[in-house]
Design a protein around this ligand. Structure first.
Ligand SMILES: [Fe+2]
Length: 242
């Protein structure tokens, strides 16, 4: 069918007229999102770090949906709540570890401690995972794992068992204490900064929000898959040498 020249002219006119308007609108929306992000940063001292990989990068072990909630709701929530709670107090302007140390084991400051420690723990947790992680480590950390646990297989068994055995919410850590690698568990928001139980090398989150959408109550299966596919041994090596 032959197109009407009038219709063609109207079509070209509309494209010419509205394309720049649509482009300006899209740019305005992006700028508004940016300014909202900046408002969030300006409202307090503590900032939600950029996510170190794409939200679907850890699939199929950890789904994009789990990561989206875990980072976008839980981690962001701890950062926002911490900023709200320290605002106007003597803790404003201090570093995260200083806030944790000054509020640990003080019932009157439990709210600030819990949110500060959870921000620190999640910052450390995202870096403990990698889309290219998992498997038997090489380098210095590989040698230390063999020396201190007898074998990599022993380490995997002990690490996953410790995480599974942690009653309720908490964390399972690989720490270096007095030159030896050890596995320790902490409840709720506690961590090696508050417990003074070694230098953190790696951590896995065993709160239900870390795995429930993907594994329901099968925490052990989640931990085994994470250790096998996602542990960031390069991060562990850096922590060993820091
Ligand atoms: Fe978490």
């Amino acid at each position: 069918m032959k197109k009407s020249p009038v219709l063609l002219i109207v079509f070209i006119f509309n494209i010419t007229l509205f394309s720049p308007i649509l482009a300006i609108k899209a740019e305005a929306e992006v700028n508004q999102e940016r300014s909202l992000a900046m408002e969030e940063i300006k409202s307090g001292s503590f900032v939600l770090p950029a996510f170190p990989y794409a939200e679907d990068a850890l699939e199929p072990v950890i789904s994009a949906k789990t990561l989206s909630f875990h980072y976008g709701k839980h981690h962001r929530g701890y950062v926002n709540k911490l900023n709200e709670l320290v605002s106007g107090t003597e803790l404003m302007g201090l570093g995260l570890e200083e806030v944790i140390e000054k509020t640990a084991a003080q019932p009157g400051k439990a709210g600030i401690f819990n949110n500060a420690a959870q921000v620190w723990n999640h910052n450390f947790y995202w870096n403990s995972l990698s889309p290219k992680g998992g498997g038997k480590p090489a380098g210095e950390i590989g040698k230390k794992i063999e020396a201190d646990f007898g074998s990599y297989e022993n380490f995997v068994q002990q690490f996953s068992e410790a995480g599974t055995a942690q009653f309720g919410s908490g964390w399972v850590w690989l720490v270096e204490d007095g030159g030896t690698l050890k596995i320790v568990k902490t409840a709720n928001a506690e961590n090696p900064v508050s417990q003074k139980n070694g230098k953190a090398i790696l951590v896995l989150d065993v709160w239900e929000h870390a795995y429930y959408l993907d594994y329901q109550n099968r925490r052990s299966d989640h931990l085994k898959a994470v250790i096998d596919k996602l542990i960031n041994w390069e991060f562990a090596e850096k922590n060993l040498n820091r």
